[in-house]
Design a protein around this ligand. Sequence first.
Ligand code: SF4
Length: 287
Amino acid sequence: MSKKNPEYDFKWCPGCGDFGVKRSIEMAIKQRTIETELPVENNVIVAGIGCSGNLVHLLDGPQPFGIHGIHGRTLPISLGIKSANPDLNVLVVAGDGDFLSIGGEHIAPQAQRNLNVTCVIMDNGVYGLTKGQSSPTTEYGEITSSTPYGKIEAALNPLHLYLSMGVSFVASAFSSDVRGLAQLIQEGMDYKGFSIVHVQSPCTTYNDTFDVLKGNAKKGIEPQTYAIDDSHDPENLEAAFDLVQKPVPLGVVYKAAKAVALDERFEQVTANVKGTNAEQLIKSLAI
Ligand code: SF4
């Protein structure tokens, strides 16, 4: 895809947080095309399955390339794209269910390779597309369509998980702050290495957390979100771990200073490989 399909008629529910994320991605890609002077087709969006994955079809304006892949496999697909053409800018869009449940096993290997892609994860704490089952980030005890007596698993802390797995750039955002999120996505795309921008993107139909995240003085609800203090040093891993103990920080949580991206690792490794022609290869295999 690098042309919008006019017949694709998926619609998000009114007020869904994913609208804000979509707008932020449009802004970030537009800004990138201006700054790099590269065509919009230099960007590839790899989408997972779920309401959020439909974002790849719903972008307005000039269309990047896009792949709406299979459930939980955004990272292996991205690895394939970057291996074939490292010059492409790859952006993953997925939800908490897709990325952290079925796709969870792919995060650590890509973190260890430092795959040079940016993941924008829309976390609404529920499987919205399939009508509200519990996901890895659903709170313990929550009643959902798959947990009618309350969820028995504790909620995952995705930011802590990313840091533990060695992800080299971790940011946390809220879909309501469209400009702030666009800047974080840009920063992630500029970073040479594996970057994850984890976004609280409420599902207004099955798990409306807007009040909890923003706070609501009339209802006596304190906001869960807070801006990361300027004194925080994002290159300090220990400080980053401290920060993610309390939900939900907004800004860059961690940015490894000396991480070598996979593209560079390939170059370093292949620079030492001596060329072998077909005749030498056959001789080396002969008994
Ligand atoms: Fe958004 Fe939830 Fe509706 Fe899906 S079900 S479109 S996540 S509000």
